[in-house]
Design a protein around this ligand. Structure first.
Ligand code: ADP
Ligand code: MG
Length: 559
């Protein structure tokens, strides 16, 4: 069994087969055809797109745009693999501005369907029509057509029965197509979309110029936009904007999650995770938040050419992107919600009960405190989180109201006391270091005193003669507003009389700047840590109290 005659020889695949193989990756179902054709229309700078579907797109998809059209001499070439007008020789892949660039969609779609393309590049009313059937061009001839392009795809997978069998019901395919249309319409506000299904008008999204919320309302629903929190957050290399759905409308599937990277819809489990963690305990396990979010960043730092359909991304710095998104979501959800000490001001029963925790001596309510460690809780037993601050959970004997801010303050005091007693300090690098410029003479004077901060884990370095940078904070300050704290500390150091007590006071004043959002594990960790803490009397704010039947009724909105 040896010898040249027995060695299999290499040859190029026939085009039809090669295209069908490519189609395997690009064309999964009618929705993938719709996605590719819509992206082409948008790349052609259309501002109006009409989509006509039959039987969920299985028997017919026709997309008409008013974009720049296809040059008559290039019409046949649209089918050739790796033929594109979007990347030129020497054009950098990292810099593509268009949705398409691989030059394989039309060829792949044609190879598994009956496809007709009509296109015109001017207002003459004249254009060209090309008809294909499974990769072979049947004819090209003149046709009356307005400026723009119409692509019609009939009987998808007519020549690949195995794939045809994988199609679901008309209804299911139609749901997928709808999702793709919404996804694209949500990120292309200035393009109008008009959709028919089986001859009936089903969706119309007029172009909007500035009123993006209107398009979002039309697509994601009035209920979504009505209670959504607008988000707009930039840091260093990233910008994230959009809307976060109210936790109350979280769903049992992820079908209202729209995430875009530089205008392109993506699915990325790291980023989805970052958003989910940002919502933290506001959403029950197993439910999915609704959101419409646009991430913008330097395209050179995100590789979208990971998958032929381009909905996966590879980031140069996944962790940074993750942390940035997490922080943006968590901050937005907590902003404006921080209950001031006058929490009872809103008059609600829960607020009143919650406020009492700060006025009632812990030892006086509900009998003696349980001995250290006897208060035990599991994540699933946390019943509610009020105003992002108060937890309600049960231990073996009672229902307990727990003040997270007071808990953090208690833990911070304890950590600070330990640091001052010479224990090692646990630090956390800042996701976004804070830089500040000051007169050189002031920094010269200040530099020696930075050691006063270093001992408690506040890590500040002199970056340049006239600037300093805050890089790390002790872990117990993870909810501090780093910039505000930094400014206060520098101001204190600048007063020559500042002592350690002044610094401690400033630091403790920043423990609860941000509400932050915590996972159930985090909450349990805090509860456990509190249980390990000795009750130290007046200096420690009351952290929790047991709820009487009356308290509970009040919390539930009763008497
Ligand atoms: P890609 O979009 O990656 O370039 P496609 O196979 O989707 O590859 O399309 C091939 C080429 O056909 C495009 O580069 C573009 O020049 C042309 N084309 C496709 N659809 C349209 C359209 N609707 N309007 C104008 N040109 C189009
Ligand atoms: Mg394309």
């Amino acid at each position: 069994m040896s010898g040249l005659n027995n060695v299999p020889r290499i040859h190029a695949l026939p085009r039809e087969l090669a295209d069908q193989i490519a189609a395997g990756e690009v064309v999964e179902r009618p929705a993938s055809v719709v996605k590719e054709l819509l992206e082409n229309a948008i790349d052609a700078r259309a501002d109006h797109i009409r989509i006509d579907l039959e039987r969920g797109g299985i028997t017919r998809i026709r997309i008409t745009d008013n974009g720049h059209g296809i040059h008559p001499d290039d019409l046949r070439q649209t089918l050739d693999r790796h033929s594109t007008s979007k990347l030129s020789e020497g054009g950098a892949l990292q810099r593509v501005q268009t949705l398409g660039f691989r030059g394989e969609a039309l060829g792949a779609i044609a190879s598994v369907s009956r496809m007709t393309i009509q296109s015109s590049c001017d207002d003459s009313g004249q254009g060209l029509e090309m008809q294909c059937s499974g990769s072979s061009i049947e004819y090209v001839m003149p046709v009356a057509h307005r400026a723009g392009t119409t692509v019609e795809v009939r009987t998808l997978f007519f020549n690949t029965p195995a794939r045809r069998k994988f199609l679901r019901t008309e209804w299911t395919e139609y749901q997928h197509v709808q999702y793709v249309i919404r996804q694209i319409a949500l990120s292309h506000f200035s393009t109008g979309f008009h959709v028919t299904h089986n001859g009936r008008k089903v969706m119309t999204y007029p172009a909007v110029s500035a009123d993006y919320a209107r398009r979002v309302a039309a697509i994601a629903g009035q209920e979504f936009i009505h209670k959504a929190r607008p988000l707009d957050y930039s840091a260093a290399a990233f910008h994230l904007w959009g809307w976060l759905g109210d936790p109350a409308i979280a769903r049992n599937q992820s079908d209202r999650q729209y995430l875009y990277l530089n205008g392109r819809a993506i699915r990325d489990k790291h980023l989805n995770h970052a958003i989910r963690v940002g919502y933290a305990d506001r959403i029950y396990p197993g439910r999915y938040p609704c959101y419409v979010l646009f991430l913008e960043m330097d395209p050179a730092l995100a590789d979208i050419n990971v998958h032929p359909a381009k909905h996966e991304v590879r980031f140069a710095h996944t962790r940074d992107v993750h942390d940035f998104i997490h922080a943006a979501v968590a901050d937005t959800l907590t902003a404006g919600r921080v209950p001031e000490p006058a929490v009872a001001g809103d008059g609600s029963h829960s607020a009143k009960v919650a406020q009492e925790i700060n006025t009632v001596e812990v030892r006086e309510s509900g009998g003696p405190l349980p001995a250290t460690g006897s208060l035990q809780t599991q994540p699933a037993q946390i019943r509610a989180v009020l105003q992002g601050r108060f937890l309600i959970f049960e231990d073996a004997q009672a229902t307990i109201l727990f003040d997270l801010q007071a808990a953090r303050m208690t833990l911070a005091r304890q950590a600070l006391a330990q640091v001052r007693a010479g224990h090692r300090v646990v630090q956390k690098p800042l996701l976004l270091p804070v830089s500040r410029e000051y007169p050189r003479s002031m920094l010269d004077k200040l530099e020696d005193r930075l050691d006063m901060l270093a001992v408690i884990g506040v890590d500040v370095v002199r970056q340049a003669p006239d600037s300093i940078m805050l890089r790390q904070l002790p872990a117990f300050l993870e909810f501090a507003d780093a910039a505000g704290l930094f400014d206060d500390l520098v101001a204190a150091l600048d007063r020559s009389a500042a002592c350690d007590d002044d610094i401690d006071e400033i630091v403790l004043g920043h423990v609860n700047d941000r509400q932050g959002s915590l996972t159930h594990e985090d909450l349990c960790r805090i509860i456990d840590a509190i249980m390990q803490t000795e009750y130290t009397g007046a200096r420690t704010p009351p952290v929790y109290r047991r709820l009487s039947a009356d308290d509970l009724l009040a919390l539930l909105g009763g008497r």
